[in-house]
Design a protein around this ligand. Structure first.
Ligand code: NAI
Ligand code: MG
Length: 482
């Protein structure tokens, strides 16, 4: 007997969205000139209009941040800065439901994830960094480490508020002030965060938010008043930023793409592994830089794993992101959907075999069924390029060394997973995988204390933990960043 799930929609009445937003500069909202719509990708409903920031808006924001740095923020003790961060963290917890609903509306990800993962992790990042603010001298980062001044921060649309937290919390804890630009499709939670800064009575100009597109981001990167850039997004834009700052004294951390390998050995616990594979690639619609988008499974158990994976995938509920039962929400934008469709079509054309469970997808909004490709070889583009959607490429191996060679054979090196019951095999594999983050018998686990970042084209530097603090300090002993 099977039970059907009755719809369990979360109410959206807790959020109030203004028809139009400006930028948040020097503690106040200031009107923008041009605006563009932001939509709910599950319905294509226009939620609001967002200001398109230009060079002069960025300039005003940088001046406000510089003034706040010199006059206020750099004069406060770490303990006082920490108090503001604790206050922000507590307000975020109090307003968690509002943030979760707003994030789901603007981004398309399921409420179950915004409520249980994104927003709790956001608060955790502020709490964690609040704790460091008065202990920087004891963090092993050198004596009396100094802030850069103004940090320019550019974030993507896949974890909008979480990426803001990853950027703003360490910057403020280390004594920097910030100018941040959210992604064009997901600005609303950043603008609600601006209200939280007001509510916390954070001194004016310590956090400035300028909304806009790539041209706005580029104005931040090229502003002479900014000494530190933190970027998360595509490798393509990451390379542009690296070129733009090459001849300057600007420091940067770049958190870019990935093509994570989930390596399954023949002694892996099958049912847990299948859960881990599903979580690795279908969490957040696969819009995850560290997604386990390549399954590299030992040949002797491949058939069993794939069979069980298909049974499990047929149970993934795709639909209304505000429904508490939903597992897989909407694709964030039409552009991203086109990209996923294009790369999947290339998978077909190159001879891989596509499979998806039966799904009733709405005609409104942007949707893509959970998909696996079997029979994938290393030469296939779907084994090399980031699809950034709910699409898994399956490869097989015979010997452990072959698994490592295949896992490392991409231009990226962000994440990897190992599934095995044997501890020595896990340690051996973790020493051979070229990835910044390696999970064993789990996947997509995040913690503010744990540094995150990649090798090769996955980026420069680390965010989170002590490594992440170092990236915001002039004499912070960091490795891997410019
Ligand atoms: P993107 O890299 O263009 O956007 C990320 C952010 O950078 C946005 O805020 C955007 O406005 C800004 N930006 C764009 N051009 C810029 C420039 N020249 N200078 C400064 N800032 C600039 O990413 P997009 O186009 O939304 O996604 C394309 C692909 O990138 C995805 O399909 C995925 O493969 C990858 N991606 C990876 C992410 C990650 O978490 N590592 C996040 C988002 C996208
Ligand atoms: Mg949107």
């Amino acid at each position: 007997m099977t039970f059907e799930y009755a719809p369990a929609p979360e109410s959206r009445s807790i959020v109030s969205i203004k028809p139009k937003y400006g930028h948040f500069i020097n503690g106040s909202f200031v009107a923008g000139k041009k605006h563009f719509p932001t939509i709910n990708p599950a319905t294509e409903e226009i939620l609001s209009h967002i200001a398109l920031g230009g060079v002069s808006d960025v300039d005003k924001a940088v001046m406000a941040a510089q003034k706040a740095y010199t006059k206020t923020w750099s004069k406060l003790s770490g303990k006082e800065r920490g108090k503001y961060l604790y206050r922000i963290a507590r307000i975020l917890q109090e307003r968690a439901r509002e943030f979760a609903v707003l994030e789901t509306l603007d981004n398309g990800k399921p409420i179950r994830e915004t409520r249980d993962i994104d927003i709790p992790l956001v608060a955790a990042h502020f709490f964690y960094h609040a704790g460091w603010a008065d202990k920087l001298d004891y963090a092993g980062l050198g004596h009396n480490p100094k802030a850069y001044g103004v940090a320019g921060q550019i974030i993507p649309w896949n974890f909008p508020l979480l990426m803001l937290a990853w950027k703003v919390a360490p910057a403020l804890a280390t004594g920097n002030t910030v100018v941040l630009k959210p992604a064009e499709t997901t600005s609303l939670t950043a603008l609600l965060f601006a209200e939280v800064c007001q509510q916390a009575e954070l001194p004016d100009g310590v956090v400035n938010i300028v909304t806009g597109d790539g041209s706005t981001g580029s104005a931040i990167v090229n502003h002479s008043g900014i000494h530190k850039i933190a970027f998360t997004g595509s490798t393509e834009v990451g390379k542009k930023i690296a070129r733009a700052i090459a001849s300057t004294d600007k420091k940067a951390t770049l958190e870019l793409g990935g093509k994570g390998a989930n390596v399954v050995f023949d002694d892996a616990p099958v049912d847990e592994t299948v859960e881990g594979i599903v979580n690795g690639i279908f969490f957040n619609q696969g819009h995850v830089c560290c997604a386990g988008s390549r399954l590299i499974v030992q040949e002797s158990i491949a058939e069993e794993i794939i069979e069980k994976l298909k049974v499990r995938m047929a149970k993934i509920r795709v639909g209304d992101p505000l429904d508490k039962n939903t597992d897989l929400g909407a694709i964030n934008s039409k552009e991203q959907l086109v990209k996923i469709k294009e790369l999947s079509a290339i998978g077909d054309a190159e001879g891989a075999e596509r499979w998806s469970p039966q799904c009733n997808l709405s005609n409104k909004g942007f949707w893509f069924a959970p998909t696996i490709f079997t029979g994938v070889t290393q030469a296939h583009r779907i084994a090399q390029e980031e699809i950034f959607g709910p699409v898994l490429s399956v490869l097989t191996f015979r010997t452990p060394q072959e698994a490592m060679d295949k896992a490392n054979n991409t231009p990226f090196g962000l994440s990897a997973g190992i599934w095995s019951e044997k501890g020595s095999r896990i340690f051996w594999a973790s020493q051979h995988l070229k990835a910044g983050v390696i999970w064993a018998n789990t996947f997509n686990k995040f913690d503010p204390a744990s540094p995150f970042g990649g090798y090769k084209e996955s980026g420069w530097g680390r965010e989170g933990g002590k490594h992440g603090l170092a990236a915001y300090l002039k004499n912070g002993k960091e490795t891997g960043a410019k």
